[in-house]
Design a binder for this molecule. Structure first.
Ligand code: FE2
Length: 418
C-alpha cells in the first residue's frame, strides 16, 4: 500500500545550506522552505533525516529487450561489441512476447527499487516481426505507475545494412516508438552510415520524435558520424531533442579535430550519453598496450556547456554480464574513468544521473521546484561526496507524492563487532 505524503521534512538539497521542508499537495511540490531546526515528522510526512534529497534518477540508455539474457545461448567469449551482436542475433530467434515482457518488467522493478523513475530503452527493430518492440509498447503502459519509459526504435543490425531496415524503422515509429535510433558505425560502409544518419533525422523530424543514435561506439579515430549527426541537428534546429550515445571514438580523436568538432557541437546543442561501465568493458579490445579507455570526452563536453549523462547500457546481457541497477555504481566508475574526482566535479556529479539525463529525455516536468510533480529520492548521505562514498541504495523514492520505495539506512560500521 503506498502512502500519500503531505511533506518531506529534514531534507538537504543540492546547492542550498541547511535543512528544508518540501510541502506536497495534489502530487506536486507546493512549497520549499528552509527549516531552522530538525523537526519530528508527522504521520503523513517523510523524514529525510538530514539526507540529500534529489530528483529521481534517470536511466537514459538501457537495452531492456536484451536484459537478463547473459549466457543465452552462449557467453560472449571475446568481450567485444561485435561478438555481443552475434550472440544477440542468435538469442533473438527465440524471443517471444512474454519473454520480453517478463525480463523488461523484472528489470524495471529492479531499477525502481534503486530510485530510477525515468528510463529510455533501446529496442532492437531489426526483426521482421518486431516482437520486442510490440512487447515493450505493452510494458510502457503496464509499468507507468512507477516509471516513465521512452522507447527507441533501435536498428541493431543497421538501417542501410539490414533487409527492409528503413521500412522496419518507419513501422516502429507508426506503432508508437518515442525515439528514432541509429548505428552508423556498424553499417557496412561509411557512406551507408552517413546516409542512415541523414535519413533517420528526417524520419524523427517529420514525425515529431526524439533522436538517440548509437554513434561512433568504436575506438576507430576515423569513425566520425557525430559530425554528421550534429550538422543535421543544427540544420533542423533540433539539438535539444537529439542524443549522441557513446561517441567512444571521440576518446581517440586528435585534439586538432576535436577543436573543430566542438565548435559544431556547441552550436548544435545536442545531448551526450556515456555508458562508462559498458565502454570500459567493450572498448580497447583491439589494443595491446597502452589500452584506451574507450570513453568519450565527458569532462571536456561538460566544460563546453553541453549536457552529458551516464547510463548503464546493459544489465546482464550478451554485451555486459554485470549490472545491479544502482546508478551510483555507474557514476562512480564514470568519474574514475574520466578523471573527474576533483571535489568541484564530485559536488555536481549527481547531475550526471539526474538533470542531464532528464535533458536528454527532453522531460518538461522534472526537478525539485514548486509546481513540479513530487518525484524525488532520499539518498544515503548529506552531500554528493557522502552519497558517492557509500553508494548505498536510496532510502526512499517518492512519485507524485506517493512512497514507492522505503528502506532503513545501511550502517555497516555499526554491524562490526569490535
Ligand atoms: Fe546501447
Amino acid at each position: 500500500m503506498s502512502t500519500q505524503l503531505n511533506a518531506i521534512v529534514n531534507a538537504r538539497l543540492q546547492g542550498r545550506n541547511g535543512l528544508h521542508r518540501l510541502d506536497i499537495s495534489n502530487g506536486c511540490f507546493s512549497g520549499i522552505a528552509a527549516q531552522p531546526h530538525t523537526t519530528t515528522a508527522q504521520e503523513d510526512e517523510l523524514d529525510a533525516q538530514g539526507n540529500l534529497v534529489t530528483p529521481a534518477f534517470v536511466e537514459p540508455h538501457i537495452h531492456l529487450d536484451a536484459a537478463m539474457t547473459a549466457g543465452e545461448p552462449r557467453w560472449n567469449k571475446s568481450g567485444t561489441l561485435f561478438e555481443g551482436i552475434e550472440c544477440w542475433s542468435e538469442r533473438k530467434t527465440t524471443l517471444s512476447h512474454d519473454d520480453v515482457i517478463n525480463r523488461a518488467t523484472q528489470t524495471l522493478k529492479l531499477f525502481a527499487a534503486h530510485g530510477i523513475q525515468y528510463v529510455r530503452t533501446h529496442v532492437d527493430v531489426t526483426d521482421p516481426k518486431l516482437t520486442a518492440l510490440k512487447a515493450m509498447l505493452e510494458v510502457r503502459e503496464q509499468t507507468s505507475a512507477f516509471v516513465d519509459l521512452q522507447i527507441v526504435a533501435f536498428p541493431q543490425e543497421g538501417i542501410w545494412s539490414f533487409k527492409n531496415g528503413r521500412e522496419l524503422m518507419e513501422e516502429s515509429v507508426r506503432l508508437g516508438a518515442d525515439v528514432v535510433g541509429g548505428i552508423p558505425h556498424f553499417e557496412f560502409t561509411r557512406d551507408y552510415g552517413a546516409e542512415s544518419v541523414r535519413w533517420l533525422m528526417e524520419l524523427a523530424h517529420n514525425n515529431d520524435r526524439l533522436v538517440d543514435v548509437h554513434c561512433d561506439e568504436i575506438d576507430d579515430p576515423e569513425s566520425r558520424f557525430l559530425e554528421v549527426l550534429a550538422a543535421e541537428a543544427l540544420r533542423l534546429d533540433y539539438g535539444s531533442r537529439v542524443s549522441a550515445s557513446h561517441t567512444c571514438a571521440m576518446g581517440s580523436y586528435n585534439d586538432a579535430y576535436c577543436g573543430r568538432l566542438f565548435r559544431l557541437l556547441k552550436r548544435a546543442g545536442l545531448r551526450f550519453l556515456s555508458m562508462p561501465t559498458e565502454s570500459l568493458h567493450l572498448q580497447g579490445r583491439f589494443d595491446s598496450y597502452p589500452k584506451r579507455r574507450g570513453i568519450t570526452r565527458v569532462a571536456e563536453l561538460l566544460d563546453a556547456g553541453l549536457k552529458v549523462a551516464f547510463g548503464q547500457d546493459s544489465i546482464r546481457d550478451p554485451w555486459y554480464p554485470m549490472g545491479n541497477g544502482n546508478m551510483l555504481r555507474t557514476l562512480d566508475v564514470g568519474l574514475h574513468a574520466c578523471h573527474m574526482l576533483g571535489m568541484s566535479r564530485i559536488d555536481r556529479s549527481i547531475e550526471l544521473i539526474t538533470e542531464n539525463g532528464a535533458a536528454a529525455l527532453d522531460l518538461e516536468e522534472y526537478g525539485i521546484a514548486e509546481g513540479m510533480p513530487a518525484r524525488c529520492i532520499v539518498q544515503q548521505g548529506a552531500t554528493p561526496y557522502e552519497v558517492l562514498l557509500g553508494q548505498m541504495p536510496v532510502l526512499a523514492s517518492v512519485r507524485d507524492g506517493q512512497i514507492l520505495v522505503r528502506r532503513k539506512a545501511s550502517q555497516p560500521e555499526k554491524d562490526l563487532m569490535l
